[in-house]
Design a protein around this ligand. Structure first.
Ligand code: UDP
Length: 233
């Protein structure tokens, strides 16, 4: 039985456990986009995102990337280390899409010559603005050394996920990571799922992620299920 509700996010709820340094993360079916302006439900999303995130965290752990993930508890929940989230969203991009295409005028689908790393200030009231190293420093969000670590770690995660997904006929277009501190250690946190990544089918470029919800493309549940099936298969 989960304990007291600690925090309710847009798609996940965090509960206390019997252990002060561990939390239960419950994945709901709620879906939001455009900083919460668009709201909906995606059937079984919680189950699929919990399963997909668990699988990715296990993969990363096996490749030497620690995260908050301890183990999957049930269909919709995972047990995780309690961390203090660093309010920086790290986005890694391999292919132009979404806000990068809009901001820089690069056609969606253009392969980038090198992976691009971006930082966003995690603040809903401000709409998660894009920030640079100086902003991070001035806002006191992380030290320059910590930011360098986040950047290098995120690129390593990109290498691992990109290869793993390519073997499953999926192109990793871009994704968002969050990190947190437990004691002084920085751990990967949050989730890695079709909510937080862009996945395109390698042959057809069919979208297998939340863009189907954002852009009203239909087949949303089917896309999440397809991603899970490919990762499992
Ligand atoms: N992303 C996310 N949460 C956010 C913003 C972005 O998980 O609050 C993910 C998004 O799913 C995509 C990547 O980060 O995989 C880059 O998103 P982008 O900046 O293109 O923003 P969008 O077009 O989704 O508004």
């Amino acid at each position: 039985m989960p304990g007291k509700l600690i925090y309710e996010g847009k798609a996940k709820s965090i509960y206390e456990t019997d252990h002060p340094y561990e939390v239960q993360i419950y994945f709901r079916d709620d879906a939001t986009a455009f900083n919460g302006e668009k709201k909906g439900q995606i059937n079984s999303k919680g189950i699929l995102n919990n399963a997909i995130s668990s699988l990715f965290f296990e993969l990363l752990d096996s490749r030497g990337v620690p995260s908050h993930f301890i183990r999957k508890i049930d269909d919709r929940s995972m047990l995780a280390k309690r961390i203090k989230i660093i309010p920086i969203e790290v986005v890694v991009r391999n292919i132009a899409a979404g806000s990068l295409s809009q901001r820089l005028g690069l056609p969606e689908g253009q392969v980038l010559p090198r992976a691009v790393v971006e930082f966003y200030y995690k603040d809903d009231k401000l709409g998660d603005p894009l920030i640079n190293n100086s902003h991070v420093d001035v806002l006191g969000l992380a030290t320059p050394a910590e930011l360098e670590f986040l950047s290098a770690r995120s690129l390593k995660i990109n290498d691992i996920l990109k290869d793993y997904l390519a073997e499953r006929k999926v192109r990793l277009v871009d994704f968002k990571l969050e990190y947190g501190k437990s004691d002084q250690e920085i751990l990967l946190g949050d989730e890695i799922s079709p909510d937080t990544c862009r996945f395109w089918d390698a042959d057809t470029n069919q979208k297998l992620d939340k863009d189907r919800f954002r852009r009203d493309l239909g087949g949303v549940e089917e896309a999440y299920q397809e991603m899970y099936d490919r990762l499992k298969g």
